[in-house]
Design a protein around this ligand. Structure first.
Ligand SMILES: NC(=O)c1ccc[n+]([C@@H]2O[C@H](COP(=O)([O-])OP(=O)(O)OC[C@H]3O[C@@H](n4cnc5c(N)ncnc54)[C@H](OP(=O)(O)O)[C@@H]3O)[C@@H](O)[C@H]2O)c1
Length: 437
């Protein structure tokens, strides 16, 4: 009879408790699929755990991760504490000790990508990180296995459920950002400190991992262009809607003739694009391969059970590899380690794109000529230019909305500086990228 697999679970919070429940509830199904019993031998948690409704009769619970790290019987260590201090110690020490590790920690992996992946490559055990990107959507597995014959050209996705929930509420209910954020916090879709989600940082952590797996290289988090959704106003959402677009926080990466592009930022997405219909806390990622073409994966990007599903899928993959006597069944970044390189991300100012510009003007009579001249000086073609009244109380003031042709982002930013210097531009120009399908 095959020996049971012993798991050490570090952290019993939202995801950790979901993993515990999944492994208990689906134990017999998982045994049929792996041929092994999985025992959670140890749990490390700082929180109270007796009110979670979990059966700890086969599990030793303590408040120290060292009890897990030092236990020679444990085969797989699951890091679900988060943060970068203790989590880094758990991941690196476990790999050095020959254990397999599963983690959902995108913040840790994206910052220490090269150090951790190199350690994993040298280690006897495996590293699973499916849950670190888009929660329950198996997007890492899709790219590494499903598209392993394709050259990935591009990906673009909604990878932060909180930001998408807020933008959906603003769009559906016409409310302000602050109002939508408060509602998201009341309903449990946003943390008390939502900075990582609304500033785009959480999405950026996932984009760095998606770029690494898609383009088979290490990238520096610090080179990624990151902008959140705090500057999105109801007027932008309304204008976008009237023009056939929805505003989404997109995380994207692409392979171009000049190198690799990567960014996180709000974008106008055409209503014909499938990403436009992804609403609420859901996530979706489109991936383009050179043979498969465009694909899209959709599902819950976070939450206890969907994320637990991804964690357990990594545990099962590890067990199957062990049962087959394979140390590293799949190259971590989809390419054998000797071919891995470190690549730069092209600065956004050196990339091209189409843009939405919103100007608030006093006295539009004189202004159009000056605005067109400035855009022309920076070689920015205009796709459309329209005016929109602000209110009856402000008869001389108007919004001017410009959709540009594809233009160099650096030149668009120079043009905006010049536009902001015009006496009749009363509020700083708003610029949002237009996603090109
Ligand atoms: N939640 C999601 O939907 C989701 C989705 C994808 C990925 N993730 C990732 O999954 C990881 C866990 O997230 P989570 O939402 O489950 O976080 P969480 O609910 O805050 O759970 C973390 C748990 O670890 C405990 N902990 C902290 N320091 C510890 C220590 N030294 N020893 C033992 N336990 C310790 C915490 O206790 P205290 O509360 O007492 O500090 C808490 O119970 C993070 O890396 C996160 O980014 C989460």
């Amino acid at each position: 009879m095959e020996e049971e697999i012993k798991v050490g679970l570090c952290g019993l919070g939202t995801v950790g408790s979901g993993v515990f429940k999944l492994l208990s509830e689906n134990a017999s199904l998982i045994k049929q699929r792996t041929g092994r019993d999985i025992i959670i031998k140890r749990v490390a948690t700082l929180d109270r755990y007796d009110n979670l409704g979990l059966d700890f009769s086969n599990t030793e619970v303590s408040d120290s991760v060292d009890d897990i790290l030092r236990d020679p019987e444990i085969d797989i260590i699951v890091e679900l504490i988060g943060g970068k201090t203790i989590a880094k110690k758990i991941v690196l020490e476990s790999l050095q000790n020959g254990k397999s590790v599963v983690t959902a920690n995108k913040a840790l992996l994206s910052e220490y990508l090269e150090e951790i992946f190199r350690a994993a490559d040298l280690a006897a055990g495996t590293l699973g990180f499916e849950a670190a990107v888009a929660g329950g959507i198996p997007i890492i597995r899709s790219i590494r296995q499903g598209f392993s014959g394709d050259r990935i050209e591009k990906f673009s996705g909604i990878v932060n459920g909180t930001a998408n929930y807020i933008l959906t509420a603003m769009s559906r209910d016409g409310v302000s950002f602050d109002h939508a954020l408060k509602a998201a916090q009341e309903k449990g879709f946003a943390e008390a400190d939502p900075a990582f989600d609304i500033e785009g940082i959480d999405a950026a952590h996932k984009v760095i991992l998606l770029m690494a797996v898609s383009f088979n290289a290490y990238f520096d988090f610090s080179q990624l262009s990151v902008e959140g959704i705090t500057g999105i106003e109801p007027i932008d959402i309304a204008i976008a809607d009237a023009s056939g677009f929805v505003i989404k926080l997109l995380g994207s990466g692409s392979r171009t003739a000049n190198g690799f592009q990567g960014r996180v930022g709000p974008a106008l997405v055409s209503k014909n694009n499938m990403l436009a219909s992804v609403s609420g806390a859901f996530n979706a990622v489109s991936v383009w391969g050179n043979f498969v073409g465009e694909t899209m994966s959709y599902g819950a990007g976070a939450g206890s059970y969907p994320t637990a599903s991804a964690v357990v899928s990594d545990i099962i993959e590890t067990i199957r590899a062990k049962s087959n006597g394979m140390d590293n069944p799949l190259p971590l970044l989809n390419i054998n380690a000797e071919h891995l390189t470190h690549q730069d991300i092209i600065p956004p100012e050196q990339t091209d794109g189409a843009f939405y510009l919103r100007l608030r003007l006093d006295n539009t009579e004189k202004s159009v000529g000056d605005i067109i001249r400035i855009l022309d000086e920076e070689s920015i073609g205009i796709q459309s230019i329209t005016q929109r009244p602000i209110s009856n109380d402000l008869p001389t003031q108007k919004y001017m909305i410009i959709f540009t042709e594809s233009a160099n982002e650096g030149q668009v930013k120079i043009a905006i500086e010049k536009l902001n210097g015009l006496s009749f531009v009363t509020t700083l120009v708003k610029m949002i990228r237009v996603e090109q399908d």
